[in-house]
Structure formats: C-alpha cells, structure tokens
Design a protein around this ligand. Sequence first.
Ligand SMILES: [Fe+2]
Ligand SMILES: [Fe+2]
Length: 366
Amino acid sequence: MKDATQTTEENVATATAPLVSQFELNLDAWANLLYAGRYDEDDDVDTESLVWRSLETLSRVSGADGCSIALADWSQELLVFQNGRKVTRQTHSHDTILMQGSLGAQVLKSDGPRVVGDMTHDPQYRFPDWIRQHGFSAAGCFPLGARGRILGVLTLYFRRPRTWTDPEKELLRGMAQSISAAIDNSLLLSESRNNSLSTVQALVRSLEARDSVTSHHSLRVTQYATLLGEQMKLSSRQMRALQYGAMLHDIGKIGISTEILNKKGPLTEAEYEVVRQHPIIGARIVESVDFLREAVPVIRHHHEQYDGKGYPDGLKGEQIPLIARVVCVPDFFDALTSDRPYRAALDPEIAIAEIREGAGTAFDPA
Ligand SMILES: [Fe+2]
Ligand SMILES: [Fe+2]
C-alpha cells in the first residue's frame, strides 16, 4: 500500500506556473510591497492597515488565491483572497496558529517554512474549516519575526495543488522578512507613541493634583476633542497634535500659584493677568520636547477668540491654528459644565447653546 505522502506528490503533478516568474513580471508590485513598511508622517501607521496593504500587494504579486497573516499577539487572522478578479478581505479566528498540529503552529514551533502541495491528501497537518470552504488546496507558511522576536506567520494559499520549488520558498522567505521588518517598525512606533502618551499623562496628573478646580478637565477635553476630530476626519498627524494639545493645553498652570488657581471667589485684575500667562508658560514648557512640537500652537492659542478678543496674541479667524480652534470648543464646554468655586456647573444643553451663540465671535463658525 502506498503511503499518504506518495499520494500527495502524485496529485501535485499539474502544479501552477512557478511563483518566481510571476514575481519577475510584477516588479512594480514587488517594490510596492517593500515600500509598504515606509510611511509619510501623515500616513496612517497602524499595524492592521499595514498588514492588509501587504497582503493585498502580495496576493497580486504572487498570483496566490489567498494570503493571510496571523500575528501571535492578535486574536484574529487577516485573509485576503481572490474571487475571479475581485480581491476580498476577511478576518478569521486565530486557529491557524493556535490549533494543535496546524501548519502555522508547526512553523511557529520550528521557526522554518512549511509547504503543502495538496491539503486534501495531507495527513501531516490539521487545517481549519474555513481553508477548505475557500477551496484552497496548496499552502505555504512562512515565519514572521524580527530582532529575535517571533511575530506570527504568513501563509499563501492556492486552489490548485502545486509543487513548491526551493527558489520559490527562498523568495517567499525573503518577502516574509520584508513584511516582518515593516510590521516590527509599526509595532515599535505605536509602542513608543504609547510610552510618550503615558509620559504626557503623568505630566498632566502632576498639574491636576495641585489644581483641584480642573481635576480631570484635560482628560475630558481630550475625549471630547477626539470625537470632534474624528467627525472632522482629521489626518493621523492632526489627531496627534489635537490629542497631545488637548491633554496639555493647561499645563502652563503649573507655573501659577495654587492660591490663585484654587481661589474661591472672583480674581482681581492682577491675578487674572497672571492666569492669562498660562498658554505662554505651557508652550514654553513643551516646545523643547521634540515629539510634542505639534502640540505647541494648540497650547499657546487655546484661549484665542475668532473675533480677535482672546489671548495671549489676539489672533483672529484663520490666523488661529485649526487644531487650537477645535480644542477651544470642548475646553469651553467642559469649563461651563463643571463646578467652579464661584458658580455651579451649567446644564450641557445650556452650555451648547452658549457655544452656538459664540460662533463667529469666540469660536470658528465652521
Ligand atoms: Fe486654558
Ligand atoms: Fe482648559
């Protein structure tokens, strides 16, 4: 009796064209994939969109019927598959690498690529149901990893059985390395952004600890401003300026005495003049921190008014940086809807009516 491995090899007799020639015909797409890991600062840098982009390019370049990436830290596997000329995205549960005895699990364990010529006759691995539902029969699975860290696996699927050649495997291993480097960069970037955000939050907490009046004010302003920014479809760069700016807009109050900040009752003209310095002090504190550069105009100008009657520079209309115009709306809203030593919190509807009234004078009418 023949063993199952022999059967597999016989069934693979009519393999599709070698991947290598298809790669050569698609040099543009290949270059595209290599560039997938590079971004403009304005680009969206989140890892998920990078993975989708890489999969779509890879499926175009390789002629595979499906390509998927499962990252060890994610709970889902992203799949791009061809249906006629249509390319579709789909997410699946993580079983390709979690399932015991699966192709992906073996690749993760051995850190080396594994290929299967015909899954329907393969006794060696277990495959999740969705792979059969798509009609895939050949698969090649490659490890993704960078700097000694295992990131996950990349798998290419073909509906027809195929014979995998060594040059193809080498080529795909190289592709997997390019994709790994891109994913690693993007993960590092978001980790460092998260660290930066924690630093900023710590800074803000130190301010709010001594200013009982505005406790949690910056956090709420950041939340409202984020919603506004999303509605306005700001770019990711503008969103960063918005969030850091909102979080830090009152950081200059750190330079103002607690007697003035926590004073019950109205401020004297001289005390008010001191409070009016906080945007200038704040901008000065933050301008030396490189990753917060974009927040500086927001901090300096969050008390400007559209009609030029604000402070510290009396800027008018569009002279006021856009993000500062956005942040001043939730800043004002939160101030009105919070208790102050000299008055109780206003109803949110009254606060909104006041903001509407201020359109064109205090606020940008747009
Ligand atoms: Fe302020
Ligand atoms: Fe504020």
